[in-house]
Write a protein that binds this ligand. Structure first.
Ligand code: GLV
Ligand code: MG
Length: 338
């Protein structure tokens, strides 16, 4: 069942106003920062000018002995930085970990009024979202936080994929979802050792290419993540929340990173994670609409001002449905230009 967005409004005085619409903002790259590393934390004020979202990572990739330092580092970073229009997110530890309760209570208590989104890893079902939803409602009431903190789920377990639709509509706090290809690969027992992207051995055989002695049968890499990305995008769109591609771990292969991000963008994702500064420009470029596509979209809208009927433009039929597609591109272009 999809709950109306007003449903979660807590009873306490001073609690946040009911959430009716997700904020419209650019989130082309969710840039990951390890907050226990002082040197990297010091770069955040500069980073804020380059990215749409800064995320302090507390979960995987943060060593066990640095968990508390990462949490404290995130709080220090949040207090010291003026984020302006840039989003501030954190990725907390998984709900079955020994750190997560401190992550949520300490961070919301200290900087809950600056925090936009909590990214929750390893979500298996709507029950995980309900738990965090209630905890946030209690903490927001206790600390008189006026703006509701949103929840972003990582889709990275086979069980989560099974429950993706229920997760997407589990709470009015749901901001969106990211595909987590590394944990998902492990959860499915895929025979890989990668963080996202394709695999040279996962191929589609091409009938059209003639066999030669050097290339006995032509083959092209397939997108390993197509099925789950499509499933996630449909679940998110149906629930009115946002879909994202997650991490790409081969920092040296910028072309493959761009290809993965572009597939995600075309399929409906709004952004991706950037784990390395070299991926920021790629995400910015890929998740901003192509000017030629925008120009064509403009032609459609100008030719059909009321969005109805059918016209031919450059030999291609346009109708009510392509008008709606054009609006998606134009709205995004407007947001990028703002
Ligand atoms: C991200 O957390 C992933 O597992 O890919
Ligand atoms: Mg993961």
């Amino acid at each position: 069942m999809k709950l109306p967005r007003q449903f979660f409004a807590p009873l306490a005085i001073g609690a946040p106003a009911p959430l009716r619409e997700l904020p419209v903002r650019l989130e082309r790259m969710i840039h990951f920062v390890p907050p226990h590393m002082e040197k990297l934390r010091a770069r955040v004020p500069e980073m804020v000018k380059q990215v749409d979202v800064v995320l302090g990572n507390l979960e995987d990739a943060i060593p066990v002995e640095a968990k508390a330092a990462a949490r404290a580092g995130f709080i220090a970073m949040a207090k010291a930085t003026d984020f302006g229009a840039t989003g501030l997110w954190t990725r907390i530890n998984a709900l079955n970990s020994p750190w997560v309760l401190d992550d949520v209570t300490e961070i919301v208590g200290a900087v809950g009024d600056k925090l936009d989104v909590i990214m929750l890893p390893k979500v298996d079902g709507p029950w995980d979202i309900h738990y965090l939803d209630q905890l946030l409602a209690q903490l927001e009431a206790r600390h008189q936080i006026k703006k509701p903190i949103l929840i972003h789920a990582i889709l990275e377990t086979a069980q989560g994929v099974n429950n993706v639709e229920a997760i997407a509509s589990a709470s009015p706090r749901m901001h969106g979802m990211s595909l987590g290809p590394a944990d998902l690969a492990a959860s499915r027992a895929m025979k890989t050792t990668r963080v996202g992207g394709g695999h040279p051995e996962y191929k589609v055989l091409a009938d059209a290419a003639p066999a030669t002695p050097d290339a006995p049968r032509a083959a092209y890499q397939q997108d390993l993540w197509h099925y789950t990305t499509a499933k996630m995008v449909d679940a998110c769109a149906a629930a009115g929340i946002k879909a994202f591609y997650g991490p790409f771990g081969d920092f040296a292969d910028l072309a493959a990173c761009e290809a993965q991000f572009r597939n995600a963008f075309l399929m409906g994702c709004l952004g991706a994670w950037t784990l390395h500064p070299s991926q920021i420009a790629i995400a910015k470029n890929v998740f901003s609409p192509d000017p030629a596509e925008v120009a064509f979209a403009k032609k459609i809208v100008e030719a059909m001002p009321d969005g109805a009927g059918a016209v031919m433009i450059d030999g291609k039929m346009q109708d009510d449905a392509t008008w709606k597609q054009a609006k998606v591109l134009l709205d995004l272009a407007k947001l990028v230009a703002a």
